[in-house]
Design a protein around this ligand. Sequence first.
Ligand code: TMP
Ligand code: ASP
Length: 236
Amino acid sequence: MKKLEQMYEGKAKKVFRTDDPERFIVEYKDDATAFNGQKKGTILGKGGINNRMTNMLMQMLEKQGVPTHFVEELSERETVVKKVTIVPLEVIVRNISAGSFAQRYGVEEGIVFDEPTIEFSYKNDDLGDPLMNQYHALALKLATKEEIETIKTMALKVNAALKEFFLTVGIKLVDFKLEFGRTSDGTVILADEISPDTCRLWDQETNEKLDKDRFRRDLGNVEDAYQEVMRRLMGE
Ligand code: TMP
Ligand code: ASP
C-alpha cells in the first residue's frame, strides 16, 4: 500500500491518504507537546515505541471483542489503519486519582477508586480541549445518544482489558485517553493510539512514573521510561 499526500499533521502523528479509499497510513513522530502545545520537545525513539505498543494493544483488544482501526503494521513508525472520521471527544478513563482530576478536586494523586470514572473533553485545540458532559456533547451534536452509549461501554471494556494486561507486567494503569472514529458505514471503532503519551502508567511496586508525565513535569529519564514499558510489554 502506498502513502499518498498528507491529509493531516497532529502533535504526535501524521496521517496520509493511500490508494485505497478506506485506508489511511499513520506515521508516528518523536515530537512531544504538553499543556495544549505550550511545552514542546522531542522524546527520542518515542514514535517507534508508540506505534508498536499501540498496534500490539489494539490487536489484543480486537481479540477481546473491541473493534479498532488497526489493519497492518508497515514499518517501525508506520501503520495502515481503517479510514475514520474522528468523533471530536477525548474519552478519559481513570482508575486512580492523578493529573487534572487531582488538581480540579483538590485531592492527592494515588487514590484508588472503587469504580472507574469516565469523562469527556471536547477535542478542540483553540478552546484548550474543555471538559464536557455527555449532554453537552449531544447538544453540540458531536455524537448521537447511541454513539455515546457505545463509546462508554467500549471505554470500560478497554479499561478492564488494559488494566489486567498491564498488571501482568507490574504496571498500574492509572488513567488514559481514548479517541473513537466512525467508518464510512457509520460504525464506531477505537482509533488513535494507546501509549505512554496517552496513559498514566505507574510501576506496581514503587509507583515510579513510566509515562509522559516524566516529560510534562520535567522528571528526567523520559526515554528510559518509554523503553522500560516497551521492554515489559514486548520483551525488548
Ligand atoms: P489529565 O489528568 O491531564 O486530564 O489526563 C488524563 C489522561 O489523559 C492521562 O493519561 C493523559 C491523557 N491525555 C492525553 O492523552 N492527551 C491530552 O491532551 C491530555 C490533556 C491528557
Ligand atoms: N499532548 C497534549 C498537548 O500538547 C497534552 C498532553 O498530553 O499533556 O496539548
